[in-house]
Design a protein around this ligand. Structure first.
Ligand code: NAD
Length: 362
């Protein structure tokens, strides 16, 4: 089979779906591997490194021949139209986000594997792109906050007196939130976190953070949070508003699968914070946890800096790509053996990730 690594075309996207390390493994599994010229250049992987790993460098025409294509972000609908009928495509494809893309995938009979659909079981951990990329995003969000803040994070004892450490609050303690807590802690801040899943208390504490109890517990299905009821939300808001007055930096990471980001920090809460405080809203991608967030922008709201950075994982393109590429390789290894593609639809990792699901496809 012919496997093609696509050069990303989305604006600002620096990551790549395969590294020389994973290309070597794909070649070892019997595939002919082609890499579009410049595919890894923004992530620190030059063409020659892929060639040395056993890949052929390719131009645009290779897309029409490949049996399996690997990408980070979804190709444009027009590009999907050029793929070979029935080819397999693996990446963070978000088919439902764009009707033109969904239609193109279906009209070409593409075997689409949107990796964000992968069930989050123990067996799937090594393929979990949401986790690996969220880790980088949480890390970068804290560095952006530290950069924007007009304060030190650590406590300092100097000849000019003692500097008190910054108080950092992390909203949502999933994969990104826990990495944000760990990163802020390493920078010396006083860190608190909260989540609606009760098991996060222990996870936050194990990283040296303090669990902020807002009196709401809302564990949902599959280890995720459920949406809060109106009463729960009001209770969370009331307690949070009072607490935020003493906080210097807020990093927002809360999400509920398949829904816009929950609005947790209201405009009034921002207005109640001290001037010079900073909010970095990693949930900006899905609308933001803070009412004042403008996705893609950094603004000032009543003396508080509110940043809504997008695609934070791409900012750490080298390590984000290394992790992503290993995730992708581990997934591909489920169906690439001895140079051939064979799909076992009894395997839930394949059946549930495939879009549309085989059963639904009839
Ligand atoms: P996510 O990005 O969907 O959400 C981020 C966090 O926001 C979650 O912790 C969620 O509980 C929290 N949240 C939602 N609404 C909130 C609210 N109103 N207030 C405060 N917090 C709120 O989640 P994620 O980081 O992708 O992962 C969520 C869960 O999945 C975690 O338990 C994680 O450990 C688990 N997971 C399991 C595996 C596995 O292999 N078993 C792999 C990855 C993740």
């Amino acid at each position: 089979v012919e496997v093609l690594i696509l050069k990303e075309s989305a604006p600002g996207e620096r990551r790549v779906a395969a590294t020389p390390e994973t290309v070597k493994k794909l070649v070892g599994a019997g595939a002919t591997v082609k890499v579009e010229r410049g595919a890894g250049s923004q992530a620190g992987f030059v063409d020659q490194a892929y060639a040395d790993a056993g890949a052929q460098l390719a131009d645009g025409q290779a897309r029409a021949q490949a049996d399996l294509l690997l990408c980070v972000q979804p190709p444009a609908a027009a590009d999907i139209e050029q793929l070979k009928q029935g080819a397999a495509l693996v990446g963070m494809l978000q088919p439902q986000a764009d009707p033109a893309r969904a239609a193109a995938l279906q009209s070409r009979g593409i075997l689409a594997f949107p990796l964000e659909r992968l069930p989050r079981t123990t067996r799937a951990q090594a393929m979990d792109v949401l986790s690996s990329q969220a880790g980088m995003a949480g890390y970068k969000a804290v560095l952006i906050a530290a950069q924007l803040a007009p304060r030190f994070f650590p406590m300092l004892t100097t000849a000019a007196g003692t500097i008190r450490p910054s108080k950092v609050l992390v909203v949502g303690a999933g994969v990104a939130g826990l990495q944000a807590i760990a990163t802020a802690k390493r920078l010396g801040a006083q860190v608190e976190g909260f989540d609606v899943r009760p098991e996060t208390r222990e996870q936050i504490e194990s990283l040296g953070g303090k669990f902020l109890d807002l009196g709401v517990s809302a564990a949902g299905e599959g280890g995720y949070a459920r949406q809060l009821t109106d009463e729960e939300r009001a209770e969370q808001q009331r307690r949070l508003a009072a607490h935020l007055k003493g906080i210097d930096v807020v990093v927002c990471t809360a999400a509920v699968p398949g829904r816009p980001a929950p609005k947790i920090v209201s405009g009034a809460m921002v207005e109640g914070m001290k001037p010079g405080s900073v909010i970095v809203d990693l949930a900006a991608e899905t609308g933001g946890n803070c009412e004042a967030t403008r996705p893609g922008e950094t603004i000032e709201h009543n003396g508080v800096t509110v940043a809504g950075p997008l695609n934070l994982a791409s900012m750490g393109a080298v390590h984000a790509s290394e992790m992503y590429a290993r995730n992708v390789y581990n997934f591909v290894a489920l169906f690439l053996k001895d140079g051939a593609l064979g799909f076992d639809w009894e395997d839930e990792l394949l059946a549930k990730t495939r879009w549309p699901e085989p059963a639904a496809a009839g």
